[in-house]
Design a protein around this ligand. Structure first.
Ligand code: FAD
Length: 274
């Protein structure tokens, strides 16, 4: 089990994020990942929070995006990660800016970052993959070919985009194996605790909302404590099913909410300790 946190914005205090990390660390995850520049959060704080994760006794995985980076800025980021004692990096492209011209820099795809880091560092490298196809790619087969290229460039593992229907993940995993993608695939699970956000996120990412799940959001989306209960139960059920089907690496998009991870981990205690 691994968790994800995001760093504070540049002008926001570190303390609440550190408190969340400390509580999450008590659950003894295999690692904790720290996002980079996602949702307007400061890139500069990723290395600092990743370093704090490690000071809590948990291995950190620092995310790094490259779309608007230069060779120099990536080299500088690598140096600050090394200085912070980070050895694991999730290589990402980052989202296309909405109203800018098509990017034309040194790193157009995540594979460009993977090649650079594989050549210049001994980091353990991960990448992202998409059980329901990346929204910019017209065909799943092409998306898998691009993933294969990324893995061949030097990825050690991949983590999936969130999914709410495990059958979609199982079919995808089997396709990856058929197409020669043999690295470990970590299943990304998003516990939904905010009904309003999820429809928008799913629209953007193309994630399928099963009717069983949609009914939960329709019914409890406006009641935060009911949605928290239902979201924790739904995520727990997904994880139990993944474990039962032999998947042994699950990443929870905990979003700096330790109470969510604590409740899911409590539900899984007997299974994990068995
Ligand atoms: P890529 O692997 O480059 O793929 C992007 C698109 O380009 C795909 O459609 C792919 O099929 C296509 N493509 C790839 N290679 C080629 C090629 N050679 N020729 C033509 N097309 C190609 N974003 C953040 O800003 N910060 C984060 O911390 C962050 N963390 C994430 C963690 C996970 C686990 C995931 C799944 C996503 C995360 N994201 C994050 C979002 C991510 O940046 C976006 O999904 C982005 O749109 C794609 O990133 P990628 O690394 O998958 O890109």
């Amino acid at each position: 089990m691994s968790f994800e946190v995001f760093p504070p914005r540049i002008d926001a205090p570190f303390e609440p994020v550190k408190e969340a990390v400390e509580r999450l660390a008590r659950q003894r995850p295999s690692f904790m990942s720290v996002t980079y520049g996602a949702s307007g959060n400061a890139q500069a704080n990723t290395a600092a929070i990743a370093s704090f994760v490690q000071s809590c006794g948990v291995t950190a995985l620092a995310h790094l995006t490259c779309l608007s980076a230069t060779r120099e800025s990536i080299a500088a980021e690598v140096e600050s990660l090394k200085a912070a004692g980070i050895k694991n990096v999730l290589c990402l492209r980052g989202d296309m800016p909405k109203d800018a011209d098509a990017p034309s820099g040194a790193f157009l795809h995540a594979v460009d970052l993977v090649r650079t880091l594989r050549e210049s560092t001994s980091f353990c490298l991960g990448g992202a993959c998409y059980p329901e196809c990346h929204p910019e790619c017209a065909h799943m087969e092409d998306d898998i070919l691009h993933l294969r290229e990324k893995v061949d460039a030097g990825l050690d593992f991949v983590t999936t985009q969130m999914f709410f229907d495990n059958n979609i993940f199982y079919r995808y995993l089997s396709k990856l194996r058929d197409r020669g993608v043999t690295v470990p695939v970590i299943a990304g699970i998003m516990p939904v605790t905010n009904g309003k956000q999820i429809s928008r996120i799913c629209k953007l990412s193309g994630t399928y909302l099963p009717s069983r799940f949609k009914a939960i959001v329709d019914r409890y989306g406006d009641r935060p404590s009911a949605m928290l209960d239902a979201g924790v139960v739904y995520a727990t059920e997904q994880i139990v099913d993944l474990f039962a089907n032999g998947i042994n690496a699950v990443h929870i998009y905990t979003m700096n909410r330790p109470e969510v991870a604590e409740r899911i981990m409590a539900n899984l205690r007997g299974i994990i300790e068995d």
